[in-house]
Design a protein around this ligand. Structure first.
Ligand code: ZN
Length: 288
């Protein structure tokens, strides 16, 4: 039962990050003590049991108070970022869509990934950048044609994610430009940490909330997912091999800005917070 994260290097404040374990008060600098940890988080997953054993006594490690560190993205360059659309009934309804027999699937590029507190940058070619708070599945073990019964064996854990969405590109251009509208740089904030699956056994029943400048905009629960986690892992693995570190954004609940009257879009200076029960708060400022 563990929460792992990456923090920007404490001494140097440069662009490299180190792996840490997180509890409610501290981060534990495991990378300083355990030799030969990989530079990227997913490379740790195949040797997770050995690592967990090495971390069974956290007193071995230097610790820092949570308020002294800056979180980096817990995974900085996943091979795949797969996103699910229309996975909460009331969100499909508010967008004027119906729910199909299979989910809508799109993707983002790894260049969209940022960590907590890093700014979401509004692109000059969009005027309708919207928020979508989402539960994110982190794949732990490779697989293809995975059955729903075995799906959870391939899930490492979960984190908060923000599927930032330029509506004027997603819907307003010829053909509907889902990929471009969803994958501007900085449009995939994740974090602050990844909780292992056994730390959130109730991943199908977690409160999820999005706030802008403190005001609640989305307030729901993952028990309302139309296509649950096991289904999504199984379904997607029929098309492409899932690999350690791949991320699945599971879809957003109702309350997005485009569906409001008047519509609400992100503005420079806004603070967006995605909070999921047991998965912390993912907080990002918005910049132009
Ligand atoms: Zn979404």
């Amino acid at each position: 039962m563990t929460k792992i994260a990456r923090v920007w290097k404490h001494e140097t404040r440069n662009d490299t990050s180190e792996l840490v374990i997180v509890d409610d008060q501290f981060v534990y600098r495991v990378e300083k003590t355990i030799a030969s940890l990989p530079d990227d988080t997913p490379s740790l997953f195949p040797r997770w049991e050995e690592f967990a054993e090495q971390c069974s006594d956290l007193n071995r490690f230097e610790r820092l108070p949570l308020n002294e560190i800056r979180f980096a993205p817990p995974i900085h360059s996943p091979e795949k970022i797969i996103c699910i659309g229309r996975n909460y009934f009331e969100h499909a309804e508010e967008m004027g869509s119906t729910v199909g027999e299979i989910p809508v699937v799109f993707n983002k590029f790894p260049t969209a990934i940022i960590g907590p507190e890093q700014p979401i940058v509004l692109p000059p070619i969009s005027n309708q950048v919207d928020y979508e708070g989402e539960l994110v599945v982190v794949i732990g073990k490779s697989g293809q044609n995975i059955s729903q019964d075995q799906a959870l064996e391939h899930v490492f854990g979960f984190c908060c994610g923000h599927d930032v969405s330029a509506r004027d590109w997603q819907k307003g251009k010829p053909g509907g430009q889902w990929l471009l509208g969803k994958t501007f740089d900085t449009f995939a904030p994740i974090g602050p940490f990844i909780a292992t699956q056994d730390a959130v056994p109730n991943f199908g029943n977690l409160n999820i909330q999005t706030r802008i400048n403190g005001e609640v905009m989305q307030d729901s629960n993952t028990d309302k997912l139309i296509f649950p986690v096991e289904y999504l892992v199984s379904h997607l693995s029929q098309f492409c091999t899932l690999r350690p570190g791949d991320l699945i954004f599971t879809g957003t609940p109702p309350g997005v800005g485009a569906a409001r009257d008047p519509q609400v879009f992100l503005r420079p200076g806004d603070i967006v917070e995605i909070e999921i029960e047991n998965l912390g708060v993912l907080r990002n400022p918005v910049a132009s």
